[in-house]
Design a protein around this ligand. Structure first.
Ligand SMILES: Cc1cc2nc3c(=O)[nH]c(=O)nc-3n(C[C@H](O)[C@H](O)[C@H](O)COP(=O)(O)OP(=O)(O)OC[C@H]3O[C@@H](n4cnc5c(N)ncnc54)[C@H](O)[C@@H]3O)c2cc1C
Length: 360
C-alpha cells in the first residue's frame, strides 16, 4: 500500500535558496500511505455491521465492582440518545478525547508553539480536467513542467521523505502512491483560536494567498509551486501533552491519540495507535474476559513506557526543527549546525523505532 522510503534533511539558505544536506536515514524502510487508503484497508478487514456510524459518545458509567460499562451516545441523524452496554470501553476518540475528559477533567493539551499548513497535490491528471481557455490544464501531470522540475529539485522523491529546514521553520515533502505529493509546512505562531472539537482550522482565501507569498520567500521555487498548486490546503494546530500517568480506569482504556496526544515529528503516531490496538488485542486474547483487569494492566505496563518516551522525543524533534528554545536556552540553527546536531535529526533516533514490545 505504501512506498518504502528513506529520509533526507536539508537546509535551504540564502537569497538563492541553496540546499545543503544535513542528515540522511538510509534503509529507513518507512512506509508512507494516504490515510484514506489505510483506513479503508482496516475497515475492509472488519466484519460487516460492526461499526455504528454517526453515534457520538456522550458519557459512560462503570460503577466500581461491576463488570460492565454503560455508554450513552447520540445518534447524529435523529438526535436520539441511546444506551449501549458492554464489557469494556476502548476509547479511540482522538487527541481531544471526550472519554478522557471524564476521568481527567482538568487535562489540557499543550500548544507546541507552531501550526502546520498541509495539503496533498494530486498529479494523476484526473483532478485537473477542467478546461482553461480551451486547453486542458497540464500543470498537474507527471510530465508537466511542475512535476519534472520538482523531481529535479528532489531527485529521490518517491524513495525518500524530504525535510527542508530554514530559519525557525521546516517543511516535510514526500510522494504517496497514485501520483500524489504530501507536504506539511510548520510555522511558529501564537496559538490560534480553534472552534469546535477539532484541531483542523478553516482557512480563508486571504490566508492561502499570504501563505503562498511566504512560501515563495522561504522555499525553493519548485516546492513553493507545489504548495501553490495544491487544492484546499488547510491548517492543523499542533498540540501534544505530557505523558499521562495512566491509561485505564476500571473497564475503560485509552488508546491512540486519546492515550498519547503527540506532535507529528516521529511520523509514526498512527503506528503508535495501531500498536496500542495490537498489544491490547494480544493481552485480551491471552487473559480472556475472566481476567479483564489483569489484561488491561498488562496493556498499560507494556505501552505506557513506550509511548511516553516517543511523545517526549517527538516534542524535542519539533522544537529543534522549529528553532524553539531547548534545554540550556539554546536554539537549533540549521545554518550553524554541528555534526552532532545533524545526527539528532535522523528519524531512527525515535525511541523504539525498530522494535516495540508486543508482550512481556
Ligand atoms: C500535521 C499532522 C501530521 C501527521 N503526520 C503523521 C504521519 O506522517 N504519520 C503518522 O503515523 N501520523 C501522523 N499524524 C498523526 C495521526 O493523524 C494520528 O496520530 C492518528 O490519526 C491517531 O489515530 P486515532 O485513531 O487515535 O485518532 P483519530 O484519527 O483522531 O480518530 C479519532 C476518531 O474518534 C472520533 N470521535 C471523536 N470524538 C468522538 C465522540 N465523542 N464520539 C464518537 N466518535 C468520536 C473522531 O471522529 C475520529 O474518527 C499527523 C498528525 C498531524 C496533525
Amino acid at each position: 500500500m505504501g512506498i518504502s522510503q528513506n529520509s533526507w534533511n536539508q537546509v535551504t539558505y540564502g537569497e538563492k535558496k541553496v540546499c545543503r544536506t544535513m542528515a540522511r536515514d538510509e534503509d529507513l524502510g518507512f512506509r508512507a500511505a494516504h490515510w484514506a487508503d489505510l483506513y479503508s484497508l482496516l475497515h475492509g478487514a472488519l466484519p460487516p455491521g460492526i461499526i455504528l456510524w454517526g453515534h457520538q459518545f456522550l458519557r459512560s458509567h462503570n460503577p466500581e465492582g461491576v463488570s460492565f460499562v454503560r455508554v450513552q451516545a447520540r445518534v447524529l441523524s435523529t438526535s436520539e440518545v441511546v444506551e449501549i452496554t458492554g464489557n469494556l470501553l476502548v476509547a479511540a476518540d482522538g487527541c481531544l478525547s471526550s472519554v478522557r475528559r471524564q476521568f481527567l477533567p482538568d487535562f489540557k493539551l499543550r500548544y507546541s508553539g507552531y501550526s502546520a499548513w498541509r495539503g496533498v497535490l494530486d498529479f494523476s491528471g484526473k483532478e485537473n480536467s477542467e478546461m482553461i481557455t480551451g486547453l486542458r490544464r497540464a500543470s498537474g501531470k507527471e510530465n508537466s513542467e511542475m512535476i519534472t522540475g520538482l523531481r529535479r529539485a528532489y531527485p529521490e522523491l518517491g524513495n525518500c521523505l524530504y525535510f527542508d529546514l530554514a530559519h525557525k521553520t521546516h517543511c516535510v515533502l514526500y510522494e504517496l502512491k497514485n501520483k500524489r505529493i504530501n507536504w506539511i509546512w510548520y510555522i511558529n505562531q501564537p496559538e490560534p483560536e480553534i472552534k469546535g472539537n477539532s484541531v483542523t482550522m478553516k482557512v480563508s482565501e486571504n490566508m492561502i494567498k499570504k501563505m503562498n507569498e511566504d512560501a515563495e520567500g522561504t522555499w525553493v521555487s519548485e516546492l513553493a509551486r507545489v504548495i501553490k498548486e495544491t487544492k484546499e490546503p488547510f491548517i492543523n494546530v499542533i498540540y501534544d501533552s505530557d505523558p499521562l500517568p495512566q491509561l485505564l480506569w476500571g473497564n475503560m482504556v485509552l488508546v491512540g491519540d486519546a492515550a498519547h496526544p503527540t506532535s507529528p515529528h516521529g511520523l509514526m503516531s498512527t503506528n503508535m495507535s495501531i500498536l496500542d490496538a495490537g498489544v491490547l488485542g494480544c493481552c485480551l486474547e491471552k487473559s480472556r474476559l475472566e481476567n479483564l483487569a489483569s489484561a488491561l494492566e498488562k496493556f498499560e505496563s507494556i505501552r505506557l513506557p513506550v509511548v511516553s518516551r516517543q511523545v517526549l522525543h517527538s516534542r524535542h524533534m519539533g522544537r529543534v526543527k522549529q528553532g524553539l528554545s531547548l534545554p540550556g536556552h539554546r536554539c537549533f540553527d540549521p545554518n550553524d549546525a554541528t555534526q552532532e546536531d545533524c545526527t539528532l535529526l535522523q528519524q531512527r533516533n525515535m525511541p523504539f523505532f525498530g522494535y516495540a514490545p508486543l508482550l512481556v
